[in-house]
Design a protein. Structure first.
Length: 469
């Protein structure tokens, strides 16, 4: 019998992050920037793929990246679109969003990962690739992870807290025994990055076939290629079946009346879309974020965005607790704030995809009523745009997103938030000490009529008196 591989290394860290996708990279970078020891492990080799499924960055996520000095660099990599067109009839205008970023940015996920990885490296994150989590145990004060390396040896890492950002097949979630209930919403979705000789006049666009048996979504990358996602009720095959380019052309023809001159595919793939959510995002000293906590249909492009905002919510809370500035009970608010958001995203994205594939008379009638209402009622369109973009998300009536605010020193609120601290905005001349330990003091512009004090959390939300700080 072959001898078991021996442990080659034992390490300690403040926070162990498992999974080097966007959520894990943002979280690890935040914690390291706060001065904590962070170890990030990833089962894959160190290589950011140039192929991607996620590509939509909404306004609220751009605000979160702005608070880390990354938004402007990311915008340079993609294509800006001021509106979304749904079901071929409804134009959802984003240009009126109360944000510095009143648009949707189309850019590949790998561009987001490159920027977040660069920031995490500069902040001092200890990256460990080709490490697979094999077990996870907890004590009242620590989390211990057993890892297997590519050559079969093992490592042990002990942390004060751990976070699983390791995707929908999360080894962390499985080690904790947390269920992942849900179902496959659509099977055999095809995905292609193609060139279009005659692209639609307005993009992105979600269109359905008249019979409701197929749909396509088209978005521009800005580099001459377009992302096409499609589904055909009459052609559901295993994910492993190759995608023929004629399948993409046929889908476009049925949903748009033309294939838009599709040619030169650089990527063809097939996948299925699940709707699943973990019932709890925390188990002792271990947390779940991103796809490890929730997965949903690609409709609305909210998956990547929701995961990044999970990380932005959790990171500052972990930093305050580990620095001794706040009690451990602050970490319970991650569940109470982010779990309902995940549930809401499942509902909205699920409703969009179900309406897109409506083929029975009642569902077609419902889609017609909703599209007519959205076309006629501007408030309804604005509400829908706020929810999809994330700018309308509030955790409760006291905890709401704060838009960018011009400050007295010719800077902006989201520039001040780059320190990862609370920002307390007061009238000019105020000299009282901050109400929260470590808060940055700032002032309203001289031209502002506001005489109140506004305390803004590191994630850009107002602070509820009930928050255990």
């Amino acid at each position: 019998m072959a001898a078991e591989p021996s442990t080659t290394e034992t390490t300690t860290t403040d926070v162990l992050v498992v999974g080097a996708g966007p959520s894990g990279l943002l979280l690890a970078g935040d914690l390291a920037a706060a001065g904590l020891r962070v170890t990030l492990v990833e089962r894959r080799p160190h290589k950011i793929s140039n192929l991607t499924r996620a590509f939509a960055i909404h306004a609220r996520t751009l605000e979160a990246l702005d608070a880390r000095g990354l938004a402007d660099d990311l915008i340079k990599t993609g294509s800006i679109t001021p509106a979304l067109r749904v079901f071929g009839r409804v134009r959802m205008d984003l240009s009126h969003l109360p944000s510095r970023f009143p648009f949707l940015l189309i850019t590949p996920q790998y561009e987001v990962e490159r920027l977040l990885e660069r920031r995490a490296v500069e902040a001092g994150v200890d990256f460990r690739y080709e490490r697979e989590l094999t077990s996870l145990t907890q004590s009242p004060t620590t989390v211990t992870a057993e890892l297997r390396t590519a050559d079969g040896t093992s490592e042990t890492t002990t942390a004060r807290y751990a976070v699983g950002t390791d995707g929908h097949r999360s080894a962390v979630r499985e080690a904790l025994g947390i269920p992942f209930p849900g179902e496959a919403v659509l099977k055999s979705i095809v995905l292609a990055d193609v060139r279009l000789s005659e692209p639609p006049a307005e993009l992105p666009q979600l269109s359905t076939a008249p019979d409701g048996n197929s749909f396509t979504f088209i978005a521009p990358f800005g580099d001459g290629y377009y992302r096409v996602i499609g589904w055909d009720r009459n052609h559901v095959v295993p994910d492993s079946d190759p995608v023929d380019f004629s399948e993409i052309r046929a889908l476009l023809q049925r949903t748009h009346g033309t294939d838009h001159g599709a040619h030169d595919a650089r990527w063809l793939s097939r996948f299925h879309s699940d709707e699943r959510q973990a019932p709890r995002y925390r188990e002792g000293r271990v947390f779940l974020a991103g796809d490890a906590a929730h997965v949903h249909s690609p409709a609305g492009g909210q998956g990547l965005n929701t995961g990044l905002q999970d990380a932005a919510n959790l990171s500052w809370k972990l930093a305050r607790v580990l620095d001794g500035e706040s009690p451990d009970t602050l970490l319970d608010t991650y569940q109470s704030e982010r779990h309902p958001v995940g549930t809401a995203v499942l509902r909205t994205s699920g409703a969009l995809v179900r309406l897109a594939v409506a083929h029975t008379a009642p569902r077609k009638a419902l889609r017609a009523v909703l599209t007519t209402a959205l076309n006629l009622l501007a408030p309804a369109r604005r509400k829908a745009a706020g929810q999809i973009s994330g700018t309308a998300i509030a955790y409760d009536k006291h905890t709401r997103r704060v838009p960018d605010i011009a400050l007295s020193d010719d800077t902006r609120l989201y520039e001040a938030l780059r320190a990862g601290k609370f920002v307390e905005i007061t009238p000019l001349g105020t000299t009282a000490p901050p109400t929260v330990t470590g808060a940055i003091q700032a002032h309203w512009r001289q031209s502002s009529s506001r005489k109140d004090t506004l305390l803004v959390r590191p994630d850009g939300y107002t602070t509820s008196a009930a928050l255990p700080l």
